[in-house]
Design a protein around this ligand. Sequence first.
Ligand SMILES: [Zn+2]
Length: 688
Amino acid sequence: MRFNRSFITAALMFGLAGASLSLLQPALAAPVPGQFKVKYYGQFSEFPVGSVQPRGWIQKWLERQAQGLTGHPENMSYPYDTCMYAGVIPPPPVKDKYWKDWWPYEQSAYYVDATTRLSWLINDSSISQRRDANLNYILDHSTGTNYGGSHWCWPNAVVGRALMAQFSATGNPRVAATMENWLLTSAGEIEKGGRSGANFEEAFYLYGLTGDSRLLELCRKVYDDYLNDTNSFCTTARIQSETPFHEHGVTAAEELKCLPLMYSYTGNTEALRLAGRAYDKVLDNSLMPDGGIVSSEHLGPAAFYSVHESCDITDWSWSLGFMFMATGEARFADLIERTTFNALPGAVTKDFKQLQYFSAVNQMVIAATNSHTPHWPTRMTYRAAHDTECCAGNINRAMPNYVIRMWMRSHDGGITAVYYGPSELTTTVSGQKITIAEETDYPFRDSISFRIKTAAPVKFNFQVRIPEWCTNATIQVNGNDQRKTPEAGTFASVQKAFRDGDVVNLKLPMPVRIEDWFHGQSVCFVRGPLVYSLQIDEKRVEHSRDPDNIRAFMAGHDIQSFPEVEFLPQSDWRYGFNAAQKNDLSKIQVVESGMTDNPFRENQTPVQLEIPLCHLTAWGLPPDEDRSFLSEPSGLPVANEEQAEELQTNRLFVPYGATHLRLTTIPVVPARRTDNSQSQAELSRFQQ
Ligand SMILES: [Zn+2]
């Protein structure tokens, strides 16, 4: 349903206090989702929520979310088993010594945003009811200094995304009025910066739809604070220096968005230049092979046993999306696909009932007594309820966010397929309603069909992304090959008057690639956007061996339906890759089988690889059911590890997202015995 009543009428009906109402008095045009009232400088912009609908395996994924954590928050313990934003959240029965009174609102905000977005992507009345209970309470109990029970700026920046999504999906002016009232009334707190400043995201969004300069002014103050306040991690000087950022991963993802957004809404080219520098610095230092950003919980250098917090899987994808929209650089979309198809499914169980707080590309044992971060021993286990609750709420946002941005409007008014996967876009071009069905099993298959439905011919620029990894893409329009070979890392364009039934076929051949990681110490096998991991037989153990501290938090909460689980290795993972074979892809076999509803479920993956590896008998400890050995990660292969030809064996690799136990960056065995100049020469060949 669309609402056309004026913004001010809505504010009056809503009964805003007189003092607050004065903030809204300039007669601004009513905001309409997807219709900018100011010049927008970005290369791409989002369609309103609901324009893109999931299909195929992505729809099944989202339906599993509704059967899993998103539909059953009571299993995630406090605060998800309280009223959340549908009331005033009571304090927890047991408080962590670090506990802050705004925590339950931050965590609930992640959940409410996830639920709101999911509700517009699948047909599930229980999800819609959870959305309505939370948002209606906020709409009925907000004065400008609070959203429902929360007057804290940072949680309100997060739950503001739910309001933004709800406005985007419905056009309900009451939602926009509530947001604007909060942003302008609480501007004094928001402009102090830090995470409170993250409300700039909603302020930019509403400014774009209303042209209200007071919202832009608020954004400018936050931007100035980030670039100039000596307490800010991203001052101009810190962005320009060679030193990596020292900041909490979530905070960095939240605050850096201000740079690309400032460019997109004002054309400030200095903001764009600083954005490029800042994001590339994070990626150069902290990018992992699964597309995740090292964050434990601060940003850190990428290394063999690095972990990322699950909040950062969601938040960096969202943050990088703004860089993509500002710059139009395909590489950012490539990266968001890589995070979503690897880091995300790797951090959850395949029924979406448990998640890791910290996950790693190399995790050969998952047990409550074993973690790459010994300070938090249980955070690498798969569980619905963790000792700190942020990730359990935040992980629910990742796939809905991906779907909402799969298609975008390009700056010339055309339509662009940005992130791929089975989906359907419904929008208008020059007033003509048009639907484009994207039929594909991507990323497990390399072909994508776009089928156009329109009542009348309509001319527009239809663009498709050509990933950087794809050097021989082909495009057919109604069966006719396009003459020009699309260039990798760009967008290919089909401009014509599209008629009903027109079909654009895109083929993105996916040869296996070998990537060097960690200064040539390891290699990683990649095919299209999917990263592959050594398949390790696992024993799934539902356990109750939690340390006392975490047991205390769970006391009194019903988390039995989604128990915590350990995964113990049942096959050897001590393998290396012979550096001499880095140029020889002929020995790697691609094994394809039928597509399944849950392509990330163990033993149901539609693509596997067979790769010759050498057995490293001196590396670490053998798999063992005796859990006493699980206290330490197993280090790296010793420098004098010998590999004999007779120890070579073909091993099975599966998509990273289909694993709980995995070895992903395979140690390169002889490389460390070559002299330095040779290794460097070898390295550079594979870093093309
Ligand atoms: Zn978290």
